[in-house]
Every structure is written in structure tokens, then in C-alpha cells.
Design a protein around this ligand. Structure first.
Ligand SMILES: Cc1cc2nc3c(=O)[nH]c(=O)nc-3n(C[C@H](O)[C@H](O)[C@H](O)COP(=O)(O)OP(=O)(O)OC[C@H]3O[C@@H](n4cnc5c(N)ncnc54)[C@H](O)[C@@H]3O)c2cc1C
Length: 428
């Protein structure tokens, strides 16, 4: 245990002084920001990334972000980049970026800044996190669990090793674990044999243009489905595809619109996606679930759909044969890495319960209109283990980078036991 001092404050959580060792799992945007904040405060940090830095963002790099650069970067991060590379031109704060521009202009330079560059271990996967001695079912007091350091099993190539830490922060995101496409959110019959062939994110314009004469199935009614519909139909002059879009909801518009949406990129996207049906470029089958999917010898998919009996139609069964499946049913957190810790997860979202309860309480609101979160929402029964970033929201897709910055500020108010600590305000 490297902490110089441990103090239990009035809210019954543990504060740890520098130079405690913090392990951060996942060098995505929030992992990088958390590492920078920790290093600035003097903590020892190991940031472990299973691929290269910000691999998840690079998977959707062709997508235009809804929020502006000022909301997708921190004052501390911008100051660190400016200090390190004064010649690097950061975009204007009101600039709308694609994922690729966000990465090139901000995230990649951020990962090269002095304070964190030597603390990132790429191509190293965290396999599990436990305590070094106590097991999950040991109902020891908090002080005993705190005194027993975390044991983090990592894999670098074929090599497995263990590193220990006083604090573990899981920022490993959700994109690694897509939801199944079957009825009730479960796995469709046959899905396990062919899900590797599904496309989970929207195609680039170039990819869409290669789908000439293809029969394409798009599943889901979120913004990723919207991007896919728009990208596919915009490429139709060169790719004469047949596009079928199925949604579980039977609303008149497949993608829900937000009244007076202040985010112009999102507003336009939703409008364009719904318009693809109105203009008959896309055939929508609403109120439908997938019962079975079978990959045939030719590589095509036979898909058995069941349509809801809603009084208007009689719950028919439909069989389609398609060449491509764009499966946009969302993602879920991989909580198996910390299953040996005492973490109470939400029955609905699988995010840590305190934060999830706050989010559920507030309803399925627009991501811009979230109830204020507090530091105590981040605390788990397992002391000094935290989940931040998009993974902290579990299956709730309302997470925004700006929420992650708020979480980082609140987390270090807990860890540093300083309610007024806010480096982002200091750097304004
Ligand atoms: C298409 C799309 C558009 C979006 N647009 C916006 C937007 O406009 N504005 C906004 O605020 N947010 C947007 N988001 C949300 C966005 O994902 C987050 O704001 C941000 O990327 C979250 O960062 P993160 O660090 O929490 O997670 P991630 O970006 O998912 O990073 C997690 C990292 O952890 C690594 N990892 C995973 N498992 C392990 C392991 N076992 N060991 C080690 N490393 C591991 C991954 O490789 C990855 O690098 C968008 C998301 C998508 C998918």
C-alpha cells in the first residue's frame, strides 16, 4: 500500500494521498483525461490499453460528432497540448469535428504530452481485477479491503503478468461488446454462428459505394442506424442496393426526433434518415423482431422476422434473404473483468447502481438534458474501484464526453478529499 495517508471522511469513503498507484483501464478519451488529471496531481499512473490509443473512436472516425470541440476537450488537455507543442493548431472551440478530426487534432497529441506519454501501455489487455488476498465473498470491513491492494492481471502478447494498485479506474468503454439482434434483446436462433459477419458501426462513404446490387438489412432505431441509412442511400447513385430497415418500435417515424433539437447535426441526421423511408429509398418494416438468422453457403443470410400483432397487422412472419446485416442494437459493458470485486450493478443498464439509479430516476431524457450528477454517485461497495466514461452508463446510450470530465473532477474530489478541487476551472 503506497498511500501516505488514508482518511475516512464524513461520507464514509476513502481518500488517498499521492503517490498512490492508479491503474486506468482503457486509453480512450476519458482514460487519457483521467490519466492527465491524476498525473498533474502527482499520482503514479499506469494507463493500460488493449489496442492502440483511442481505438474505439477510430472505429467511428468517419462520423460527424454532435457536440462541438469545446465540449469534447478539457481546459487541462488543451493547456497540456499547447505547452508541449505550441505550434500545434487546436481547432476552434465551436468547431464540429468528425471522430478522425477529434483524434488527430486533440486525442492523439494529448496522448503524447509529457505528463502521460510514458505511462501508457498499449497492446496490453486487462483480463481481470481483484484484490490481492480478499475474495468477493469476504465481508471484510472497508479498511481491510483498502489495505489489500488491487491485483490486475494483464496480457501483453502471450505474456500474462500481474501489477498491483491502490486505485483502479475502469474506462474501458462498451464498443467491445455489441448487443445481440434477436427477440427480446436475446440471441436469435443461429446468430452465434454468424454474428462476426455483422457490421456494428455505420459504413464510410467508400464502403457504402462498394455495396453495389446488395440486399442490405439495417436493424435498430438509434443514431448509428440513422447514419447507416443516410450513408447507404447517399451512395446509391453508384451502389444500386435494396435496403430493408427493421425497427422494434412501430412509431410513425423510425428514429425519434427531439423537439427543438439544439444540435443541428443530430437534427439533420434524424430528418434525413426518416426521409429515406418517405422517399422510398428504404423499405421499413416496423414493430418487428428477429427470430432466426441463418448464414447460407453463398454467404447470404436468411432472416426470419416476426411482426407484432398490433391490431392493424396480424403478427405475420416474414422471411428475407440479404447479403449484408448492419446490426445497430447497441452495446453493453463487459463487467466480467471486475466480477471478483464487490460492485453493485443496475438490473436494467448494468452500470454501477448509484449512478444508474440517478439516471433511471430522471427518465430516458435527451443526453443534453441530464440531471446533475454528484461525487457520491461514483462510489462502489468496493472501495477505490471506480467506473468512469461511457462504461459508467452501462447500456444507457446518453453518455457525453463532457459528463466524463465532470466525473473526473468529482472523482478526484473524493480521492483527494478536497471538495473544492477542480483543475478544469483552474485552467480556464
Ligand atoms: C458513433 C458515435 C458518435 C459519438 N458522438 C459523440 C459526440 O458527438 N459527443 C460526445 O460527447 N460523445 C459522443 N460519443 C460517445 C463517445 O463514445 C464518448 O464520448 C467517448 O468516446 C467515450 O470515451 P471513453 O474513454 O469512455 O470510452 P471509449 O472511447 O470506448 O474507450 C475505451 C478504451 O478502452 C479500451 N479497452 C477496452 N477493454 C479493455 C481492456 N480489457 N483492457 C485494456 N483496454 C481496454 C478500448 O480499446 C478503448 O480504447 C459517440 C459515440 C459513438 C459510438
Amino acid at each position: 500500500m503506497q498511500a501516505k495517508a488514508i482518511a475516512e471522511n464524513e461520507t464514509n469513503f476513502m481518500a488517498i494521498d499521492t503517490p498512490a498507484h492508479i491503474i486506468i483501464i482503457g486509453a480512450g478519451p476519458i482514460g487519457l483525461e483521467t490519466a492527465l488529471y491524476s498525473r498533474y496531481l502527482g499520482y503514479q499512473v499506469t494507463l493500460i490499453e488493449k489496442d492502440e490509443v483511442c481505438q474505439h473512436v477510430l472505429r467511428w472516425q468517419h462520423i460527424s460528432m454532435f457536440s462541438r470541440f469545446g465540449d469534447n476537450s478539457s481546459t487541462l488537455g488543451r493547456a497540456a497540448i499547447a505547452g508541449q507543442s505550441p505550434e500545434h493548431p487546436l481547432d476552434a472551440l465551436d468547431q464540429l469535428q468528425t471522430g478522425a478530426q477529434w483524434f488527430k487534432n486533440y486525442l492523439e497529441p494529448l496522448s503524447h504530452t509529457d505528463l502521460i506519454v510514458d505511462h501508457i501501455r498499449t497492446n496490453t489487455k486487462v483480463l481481470s481485477v481483484s484484490r490481492s488476498w480478499l475474495i468477493k465473498t469476504d465481508l471484510a470491513d472497508r479498511q481491510s479491503r483498502v489495505a489489500d491492494s488491487f491485483r490486475v492481471l494483464i496480457q501483453d502478447g502471450n505474456q500474462e503478468t500481474v501489477i498491483t494498485a491502490d486505485i483502479v479506474i475502469d474506462t474501458s468503454g462498451v464498443l467491445g461488446q455489441p448487443n445481440p439482434i434477436g427477440a427480446g434483446g436475446g440471441t436469435a436462433i443461429g446468430e452465434n454462428n454468424c454474428h462476426q459477419q455483422f457490421h456494428r458501426l455505420s459504413p464510410t462513404a467508400e464502403q457504402a459505394a462498394t455495396l453495389t446490387n446488395q440486399r442490405i438489412l439495417v436493424v435498430g432505431s438509434g443514431h448509428t442506424a440513422a447514419h447507416t441509412l443516410v450513408n447507404l442511400t447517399q451512395a446509391r447513385s453508384t451502389a444500386d442496393a435494396t435496403i430493408t430497415w427493421i425497427t422494434r418500435n412501430s412509431n410513425q417515424l423510425g428514429i425519434a426526433t427531439i423537439a427543438n433539437d439544439p444540435l443541428s447535426t443530430r437534427r439533420d441526421l434524424v430528418q434525413q434518415a426518416n426521409q429515406t423511408v418517405a422517399s422510398k429509398q428504404v423499405t421499413r418494416i416496423a414493430g418487428t423482431i428477429i427470430h432466426r438468422i441463418t448464414q447460407q453457403d453463398a454467404g447470404t443470410f436468411e432472416v426470419e422476422l416476426h411482426q407484432q400483432d398490433d391490431g392493424e397487422n396480424d403478427g405475420r412472419q416474414i422471411t428475407l434473404v440479404v447479403d449484408q446485416v448492419f446490426a445497430h442494437t447497441g452495446f453493453q459493458p463487459d463487467n466480467s473483468i471486475f466480477r471478483e470485486l464487490q460492485v453493485h450493478l443496475c438490473y436494467a443498464t448494468e452500470g454501477p447502481i448509484k449512478l444508474a439509479a440517478k439516471l433511471l430516476d430522471h427518465g430516458p431524457e435527451d443526453c443534453l438534458d441530464q440531471s446533475p450528477l454528484s461525487a457520491t454517485d461514483l462510489i462502489n461497495p468496493e472501495p477505490n474501484f471506480y467506473v468512469l466514461g461511457v462504461k459508467s452508463y452501462g447500456r444507457n446510450s446518453n453518455f457525453l464526453f463532457s459528463v466524463g470530465l465532470q466525473q473526473i473532477t468529482q472523482l478526484f474530489q473524493i480521492i483527494g478529499d478536497r471538495k473544492d478541487l477542480d483543475l478544469y476551472a483552474t485552467f480556464k
